[in-house]
Design a protein around this ligand. Structure first.
Ligand SMILES: *[C@@H]1O[C@H](CO)[C@@H](O)[C@H](O)[C@H]1NC(C)=O
Ligand SMILES: *[C@@H]1O[C@H](CO)[C@@H](O)[C@H](O)[C@H]1NC(C)=O
Ligand SMILES: *[C@@H]1O[C@H](CO)[C@@H](O)[C@H](O)[C@H]1NC(C)=O
Length: 283
């Protein structure tokens, strides 16, 4: 079923109550209910539980903290999609020194484009003058990247145009919005081949957002917030004022639309116009 609009907001308890709840609850294992009544589930991942096992085997989770902390970053794997590539990310991580070969410790090395997987763009990504001036990912405002955020479902039959933006009725004052699109339904971030038909912002949609809303954090569920056909134009609109921060490649499966607290932290890569980013939503 497709849900449209921003009327799925949930009441958010005052912060101190939330903290009290988090601190006082015993760490009891809970069922998979949190996943089952939300959005389509991610194959191959464990249900929500306490995270302990008798075997020497880690439990990989999407949800933590008794179902209240959602990991909305994707895992980095060789099979994850890479922009404009049919091969996926490929080998990006290797064991440069290993215990088995006589080293004191295992030490891995990695190499990958900064715009890989769940990542952030800085103004320097599409404006050369901004990159020269130092508007790299280390200059991004953590206050924009952290705070109350709305997760909204976008109509599934269209890219994000001015008309769509208008129809979402996102209230003034909302500063952070994560847009869930057909990309999530199509599981595009779980497919190795890059797909140019992904949904994203058309130029007029980006312009409408900048002109008519208070949104400063724009999140989307594929490798670019801009539709492929408007790649340059949409980015240029978003990044021009150096106030809007773009988070791309978010994992928005298994989370209900509504109001959360988002936390996104890029790496402090001096001189880089992109960075992998870890994002979580707290209910
Ligand atoms: C440590 O290196 C060994 C190979 O020497 C490898 O089998 C093992 O998986 C490594 N452990 C981790 C945590 O990477
Ligand atoms: C250990 O060294 C051998 C020989 O150089 C190499 O073939 C092998 O891949 C290395 N293994 C690891 C885990 O680094
Ligand atoms: C969105 O735009 C892309 C081109 O950027 C196009 O291939 C795709 O069909 C569009 N999606 C929808 C749902 O209109």
């Amino acid at each position: 079923m497709i849900e449209i609009g921003s009327n799925h907001t949930m009441a958010v308890p005052p912060l101190f109550l939330l903290l009290l709840t988090l601190l006082s609850l015993p760490h009891l294992p809970i069922s998979a209910a949190a996943a089952s009544d939300a959005y389509p589930s991610i194959p191959g991942t464990a249900p929500v539980d306490g995270g302990f096992t008798d075997e020497l085997k880690p439990i990989r989770r999407e949800v933590y903290g008794e179902g209240k902390i959602f990991d909305i970053s994707h895992r980095y794997t060789p099979e994850m999609p890479a922009f404009d590539s049919s091969e996926g990310l490929g080998l990006f991580l290797w064991l440069a020194a290993s215990i088995k070969n006589g080293s004191l410790a295992n030490n891995s090395e990695m190499k990958m484009p900064t715009h890989t997987g769940t990542h952030v763009d800085s103004p320097g990504h599409f404006y050369d003058s901004y990159l020269d001036a130092g508007f790299d990912v280390d200059s991004l405002d953590l206050q924009v990247l952290n705070g109350p955020a709305l997760l909204v479902d976008v109509p599934r039959d269209t890219n994000i145009t001015a008309k769509v933006m208008k129809s979402l009725n996102i209230p003034k004052g909302v500063r952070r919005v994560l847009f869930r699109t057909l990309n999530t339904d199509r599981r595009l971030m779980f497919k190795k081949e890059f797909d140019t038909s992904y949904v994203g912002f058309m130029k007029d949609g980006a312009q409408w957002l900048v002109d008519n809303t208070d949104i400063k954090l724009v999140g989307l569920d594929y490798l670019s917030v801009a539709a492929y056909d408007d790649l340059g134009p949409s980015h240029l609109v978003f990044l021009k004022d150096r106030e809007t921060i773009l988070v791309e490649g978010l994992k928005l499966d298994d989370v209900k639309a509504g109001l959360y607290t988002v936390h996104c932290l890029p790496l402090r890569l001096v001189g880089a116009e992109g960075s992998p980013i870890r994002c979580i939503l707290i209910e």
